[in-house]
Design a protein around this ligand. Sequence first.
Ligand code: PLP
Length: 367
Amino acid sequence: MAQIPFLDLRASYLALQADIDAAVARVLDSGWYIQGPEVEDFETAYASYCDVSHCVGVASGLDALILALRALDIKAGDEVIVPSHTFIATWLAVSAVGATPIPVEPDLHSYNIDPARIRLAITSKTRAIIAVHLYGQPADLDPILAIAREHKLALVEDAAQAHGSAYKKRRIGAHGDVACWSFYPGKNLGALGDGGAITTDRADIAERVRTLGNYGSKQKYVNEEQGTNSRLDPLQAAILSVKLAHLEAWTERRRRIAERYSSGLQGVIKPHVPDWADPAWHLYVIRHPERDRLMSKLAEEGIHTLVHYPIAPHRQTAFANLGYAQGAFPVAERLADDLLSLPIGPHMPQEHQDRVIDAVNRHVSAM
Ligand SMILES: *Cc1c(COP(=O)(O)O)cnc(C)c1O
């Protein structure tokens, strides 16, 4: 039986091959390979897409988070609230600036940080909250913003999975102080290599991130502070500009697949979508108590699924220094045990979607 890949990145390239190849040739021929007009054009286009005043390209999503935290002066001794259930980069950005990630449990049904629990984690050292729009589903930003304002905390959005998603009909991009984006190839807006950006309505943050990512320099060989080298590559920017024009249509396709899954799947817990959310469906994530068995049954039929993520950050050896035992964040641990991401992508044929639905329903009813 034909294989159903988790995500067919080559199909996305082939769909735009002529335009992407022309964009690459244009950059190669320009003789200009760092910063410059391709990067500026993409930044302008992405800021406009997100309906924000500033977009600054950087080298990756992790760098976007690190530079956003640095721009907000988050440093050693500070605490930053993070979801207990997220990709590890959210936590790594906090530890990279010397601060301590303080985990807050998610809501079991939306998978996103539970605003009601944030207050309990705030101490005199708390400086910021990172809300992650996990799987492309927006976090519940209004109550989080209210807490941030009340306690004078910065709100950083980890939007690495949220290109095109909207909260209360307004696109993700500047609900908080700064939103951080990844253009890793598998993301909804993916480059053909690494890339990232921040978007914000705050000119001070945009300028600081741009300086920090350029060796702490605004003017060549004049260094205001100890920055780093983190810039969006012009080749990737040119490719991203081509893909950005198709993001809306591709997001619509993801939405239709998610609708098909949500109406067809039986016997599994499906993602809950609050009425204020327009998710971009980076991932379609179900829950089942016999996740591992279901996963291998599907694999036997050539259906490739993934687990995002099998080990909660507080249980990773990388964060053993924080000293969290098994059971410290039971919601995150439970999700790590029972989540399963089904194949989804803008070039997934309907016949594959139906095969996934049929196979999941068949195996689950036999369990
Ligand atoms: C992908 C991702 C990142 C990191 O992005 P990179 O470009 O891979 O560095 C950060 N946070 C989340 C939630 C992600 O999914």
